[in-house]
Design a protein around this ligand. Sequence first.
Ligand code: SF4
Ligand code: SF4
Length: 460
Amino acid sequence: MSSNRVFRPSRFTILTPHDAGGAVLYNSLRGSVFYVRDPLAGRVHDLLHNRSARFSADEAEAGPERARLITALAERGYVVPEDHDEGAEAKELRDARLQRRDTLELILMPTESCNFRCTYCYEDFALGRMLSGVREGVRELVRRRHAEGGLKALRVSWFGGEPLVAFDVIEELSEYFLEFAAANGIDYRAGMTTNGYLLTPDVAERCVDLGIRQLQITLDGPRHSHDASRPLMGGGATFDDIVANVRGLAESGLDFSALLRTNFSPSNVGSVPELLEELGGIVDGDDRFQVIFRPVGKWGGANDAGTETATGREAEDAKLALYHDAQCHDLPSGDTRTLRPGGSVCYAANPWSFLIRPNGIVNKCTVALRDARNMVGRLSPDGALNLDDSLMRLWTDNDEAHDTGCQACFFRPSCQGAHCPLIRIQDGVRPCPPQKVWIGPNLRTYADLAAERAKAAADV
Ligand code: SF4
Ligand code: SF4
């Protein structure tokens, strides 16, 4: 055998049978998902099931058909040259992320106040508008980072509370970011997580003008279930206003992408298909919109005791079924990046990502806001983050590198042991994401949705 034509199964490849026959192949270092029909699936299984197998792609040795199959698998990364060091490649992926110096990601809270009182919310709304010294600190931080290392990318995510409650803060800082980025050749992108209530057509247009183009808006089912879990502060319905604003977005010619998110629990999950039907009619196949579904959890805070959660395999199955439902209404899943290399890593694990609170406290994670381990620094008006290095390492260096289980995991390139640093910190366990724990149902759904999309495109 000539050595460069000898292959072995990639340690990051997994093959899962499909209920409808055939199998789905996935490689987490390439992010490649591929459906293989029967009887080919059987031949692929024979090649891949023994991790220590070696096989030649030379026609003279393998025969033309098998050689073609091995070559096709190699092109998609499912098999690799026998001497290829995949572990080193996965390590490089993680190291490159950690060593990035030309990117700054800021999750900014212009206020922690909110006009809603969602039943499962973990926030305490204690801090109001971002202080002027903090706003100055944010501007200086961007200036400093660029002066120190030459920023190539600036990513800003507006978060709250409800960010639109302090829209003037967003406008003030966004104008600065736009101008600074344009003057210095920096790729600037911004997004906002909003409850959508104040996102009227005029505000949406202003957001897009300010470069805020990735929107996330939450609707927890049709009117009756959404209004039960996401009422106004002081009570009052919110569904109709949010839907009117989503309609406004859909009818606009604005350049944005919107993730429509639904938080589900056993009590509202059955009503979500009704919402999807309504949204499908509004969005009407507009590819600026995608949907994501998240199980409600006990996310900390005063509401935990009374919060009904969705967990485990049942929650995952419910989520995947909702993606099927959504696809039937031409609402594509916004969850597909989680299978890509690095796609399951939380931003809190990135040394260049910071959450800036209205009082200047610097956090890593957007959930455990009051956990002392999450308060890694304090932004001063001169732009210094005043970071505590050992606290920073808890979030950024507490991952696959120190975990033998992660080192052996087929999902490592996607998760890097850093899906949720908070879980490692608080519970001391590996934070395996649901898409890895239930990889079979996830891959089958991913492949089905891709096939349905391709069919819909062919039907047009
Ligand atoms: S660390 Fe975990 S809880 Fe915190 S933002 Fe990341 S995924 Fe969410
Ligand atoms: S945390 Fe879990 S899924 Fe992530 S790399 Fe480690 S073992 Fe794999």
